[in-house]
Design a protein around this ligand. Structure first.
Ligand SMILES: Nc1nc2c(ncn2[C@@H]2O[C@H](COP(=O)(O)OP(=O)(O)OP(=O)(O)O)[C@@H](O)[C@H]2O)c(=O)[nH]1
Ligand SMILES: [Zn+2]
Length: 370
């Protein structure tokens, strides 16, 4: 797990990472850190030419032929590989291209998974490496290049989700809920931290406590952004939980529906050119919602909470918690105000992600389709 964590950090820092697998290995470079110098360094350690890996979402969004909806491996122009890679995969362009791609193999899919875990753009340049390349072996041995076993990526991800550890806690009176306690959990690889906000005294909670499972939104929660409804939902949830006699709010480090703040801001840029929130994420290479809820369920288990009334408009959250063994005894809606900046975002959530957003949004959607 330590090695996977270092792989994420190396990719984020613009270092090549070696993925070892039985049929040989590959060096991967994060597209968003790609430069002529980085590619030149990788070339000295690899046996094959560089090629590009992109997700099926990106392929679909830019209209590439991809019958079976696979992640794609694509050749790069031999003369200008860096430029072609950036043109084909970055958020700066959405080219139509006839360039043929082949389905990414399982190792390449895991490589893309690593880029997503690192909350980088999910696009990589890969170069095949030989079995007994002394130069590469030397760099790996002296720690210049990290080599991880491809099979370890998925295992590490699963183990991580199962073991968020309770690290510290404190009483923190809040404006909307004076009797509140923060408990901080850290995922096993040491990277992500999530908070459980305990409102009221658990011994005096209603038999089925209210739960708000809230994904981080720096722009909305902290700065009151008008582009979304998150800040209002957060504060109103805390107030409602307190008024109902107590319960819990999980504040999850899943900024931007799991794509990270950097990519959320990229997506906002694309939305300003006319795309909706789902299509913007797809163009960047992400699915409509990249969040997972194993960690949330593990935190609830640790808190000995197994049955809740969930405060959400999102059917996927209910399904995910039930899948992870939490009983949902009821749902409470949670609406923020609609304004001219968030109207389209909320309408898209209702129409494309099936959120139950009530009359205000149905009316807004009707107005937009006129
Ligand atoms: N990718 C992306 N994420 C966004 C955008 N606007 C808001 N978000 C993120 O969407 C998430 C919303 O989280 P929640 O309010 O917990 O979840 P929800 O899916 O809206 O469901 P509810 O429980 O009904 O609120 C946060 O992580 C925000 O950062 C956007 O335009 N693009
Ligand atoms: Zn938000």
């Amino acid at each position: 797990m330590q090695r996977i964590r270092r792989a994420l950090i190396d990719l984020r820092r613009g270092e090549p990472v070696h993925l070892a697998h039985p049929e040989g290995g590959m060096l991967i470079l994060a597209l968003e850190n790609l430069s002529e110098a980085l590619l030149a360094r990788a070339r000295t350690l690899a046996t094959d030419d560089p090629y590009l890996l992109i997700t099926r979402h990106r392929a679909h969004a830019v209209g590439l032929e991809n019958d079976d909806d696979h992640d794609l491996a694509m050749a790069l122009d031999a003369d200008e590989p860096v430029e072609t890679a950036i043109r084909l995969a970055s958020d700066r362009a959405a080219p139509r291209t006839e360039r043929p791609g082949r389905a990414a193999d399982p190792a390449e899919q895991q490589a893309l998974h690593l880029a997503r875990q690192a909350t980088l753009l999910p696009a990589l340049v890969a170069l095949g490496t030989g079995r007994d390349d002394t130069r590469l072996d030397d760099e790996i041995r002296c720690g210049e290049i990290l080599s991880v076993d491809i099979a370890d990526i998925r295992t590490a991800c699963i183990e991580n989700a199962r073991q968020p550890e309770r690290i510290s806690e404190a009483r923190v009176p809040l404006a909307e809920a004076e009797q509140s306690r923060f408990i901080l959990y850290r995922e096993a690889d040491g990277l992500l931290e999530h908070v459980a906000l305990i409102v009221g005294e658990p011994d005096h909670w209603p038999e089925t406590p209210a739960l708000r499972m809230h994904s981080a939104c720096l722009t909305g929660d902290l700065f009151g952004s008008l582009r979304c409804d998150c800040g209002e939902q957060l504060r109103s949830a805390v107030g409602t939980i307190a008024a109902e006699g107590g319960g819990v709010l999980l504040y999850l480090a899943q900024e931007g529906r799991g794509i990270g703040l950097a990519n959320k801001l990229r997506a906002y840029g694309l939305q300003d050119t006319g795309l909706d929130t789902v299509d913007a994420d797809r163009l960047l290479g992400f699915g409509a919602d990249e969040r997972r809820y194993e960690v949330a369920a593990a935190m609830l288990n640790d808190l000995d909470i197994h049955r809740v009334r969930l405060m959400t408009n999102n059917p996927a959250k209910i399904a995910a918690l039930e899948r992870h063994g939490i009983e949902i005894a009821g749902r409470e809606a949670l609406h923020g105000a609609v304004n001219r900046h968030n109207e389209r975002y909320l309408t898209t959530k209702a129409e494309r992600a099936g959120h139950w957003l009530g009359e205000a949004i149905t009316n807004a959607a009707r107005r937009q389709s006129r």
